[in-house]
Design a protein around this ligand. Sequence first.
Ligand SMILES: [Fe+2]
Length: 248
Amino acid sequence: MLNIIIIIITFFLITIDYVDSQTELTLPTLPYAYNALEPVLSEYLMRLHHDKHFQMYTNKSNIILKKMFTDTQSDNKLKEIVKQPIEIILTQLEYLPHQYQLSLRYNGGGYFNHKLFFSMLKTPTSTVDENKPIGPLLEAIEKNFGSFDKFKQLFSSASYEFFGSGWIWLYIDAQTKRLILNFTVNQDNPIMYDKNHIILLCIDLWEHAYYPVYENRRNEYIENFWRIINWSFVNQLYIEGQIKRSDL
Ligand SMILES: [Fe+2]
């Protein structure tokens, strides 16, 4: 009987702890081996990028989320926000107190962006031309940009011309419903500007994403990026976006 009481109490304590705590992010394992993207991205680079940089964004986000949740100055609305998934929290940054806002924008954005980026890569094809989008996504790209080659040219040009640390994105614009190419600086991303944007593709243009392999030859990294895009995954994002947004 005593054992049953202890089990029940433990269950309630775990439940209370689960409900009454902030979101805690975990570092996702790569969906492929560390050396799977060679020679485009080396094992050394992937270990550094994933195990050090991505891990750092994860750890720092967790520290900020916990601080916000335990801060005696935090009101109930804020405590409710920090219990949400990170993709929701990032759409509500304006509600966060100033002392947390910038650091969560940077580290939480870093977490979200890298989670997505590493998910949309795969073993490289031998040539750039062998790797092409499929299905409804290809149709949407052709409709919005004229052809896949034209889109590739625009995405690459935007990447070549970008200065500093940041990202280039392809997403479905929340207002126009069209596919849009755009950039963000630092670890910003499109959903921070409109929660209804649907992100499809991104390239990490931070030095840490290419320097160990390409050093100052960033354009070569951008050219080779086309060999490692997992178009099946990106097509799936497009299809899920259509389901989520019935107005698209
Ligand atoms: Fe990165």
